[in-house]
Design a protein around this ligand. Structure first.
Ligand SMILES: N[C@H](CCC[C@H](N)C(=O)O)C(=O)O
Length: 261
């Protein structure tokens, strides 16, 4: 059987980990769901929460294409976007500011060594239910307050809600506990990974906006403690909803390698 050597980079942003591939040549077989799932498998492949391709784009610096660990193309990934910006900087495509295209439209970002701040799409629609809230920050997010987040069964309860409440297309499920006026602890069950991840960028963005909308905080800069580190979300509230939403936190290029496919 003929094999190809595929160069890749491994990244993590607050413990949300990704395989990144320079696909400006457009040679990666992106419809091969099984291949993407195998590359993301932690026993049979490289291992990651998702895989991303960096491609060229006519209207911006580059295009980000994101796949969940199950091999299917996902919606927006905030931590992935932050890692992508560091990757583009490493490849020499950008300097310290950039505009790039993702599945939910254009994003601007600021790079500094080890940190990336990403601007997210505006959010106008937040659904408040007695037990939870739901909003889309580029990806769909259920946000639910819990009492003892450390002891909470994120995988079990997340799985139930992801399928029970949202069906096959699903939602990401975030559990949150308020720690102070402007600090919240968050744990996330991610659809497409179908497990808890150490952190979710669009998830903590949803938590920050959701907690502000519920009146749990009056601050416009919120600190989110995830299992994999600390993220910061800033925003402005206008008549049309939340705008100038930013997600900031650490990113690191862990290693690079070559895998035969
Ligand atoms: N981990 C990602 C979210 C991925 C969303 C994905 N699980 C989907 O719903 O397609 C983040 O940092 O925002």
């Amino acid at each position: 059987m003929e094999t190809n050597k595929l160069p890749f980079y491994k990244y993590q942003g607050t413990g949300n980990d990704f395989i990144l591939i320079d696909n400006r040549s457009l040679t990666f077989p992106k419809n091969d769901t099984k291949l993407v799932a195998r590359l993301c498998d932690r026993k049979f492949g490289i291992g990651a929460d998702g895989l991303m391709l960096l491609e060229g784009d006519e209207s911006s610096d580059f295009r980000m294409v994101y796949f969940n660990a199950d091999g299917r193309e996902g919606s927006m990934c905030g931590n992935g976007g932050r890692c992508m910006v560091d990757f583009a900087h490493h490849l020499g495509i950008i300097t310290d500011t950039t505009t790039f295209m993702a599945v939910d439209g254009l994003h601007t970002a600021q790079w500094e060594p080890g940190y990336v701040q990403l601007q997210m799409q505006d959010v106008a629609d937040i659904k408040e239910k007695p037990q939870y809230i739901f909003l889309d920050t580029g990806s769909p997010h259920h946000v639910q307050l819990v009492e003892d987040i450390e002891a909470f069964d994120v995988r079990g309860e997340g799985r139930k809600l992801r399928y029970g409440l949202y069906g096959e297309s699903g939602s990401n499920i975030n559990f949150v506990q308020q720690l102070s006026d402007s600090t919240f602890a968050v744990r996330t069950y991610e659809r497409g990974v179908e497990a808890e991840t150490l952190s979710c960028g669009t998830g903590v963005t949803a938590v920050a906006l959701g907690m502000h909308n519920l009146g749990k905080t009056r601050k416009d800069t919120i600190t989110l403690k995830t299992m994999g580190g600390i993220l910061e979300v800033g925003f402005k509230l206008t008549e049309a909803g939340y705008s100038d939403i930013t997600l900031k936190g650490p990113v690191s290029r862990v290693y690079e390698g070559i895998i035969e496919i």
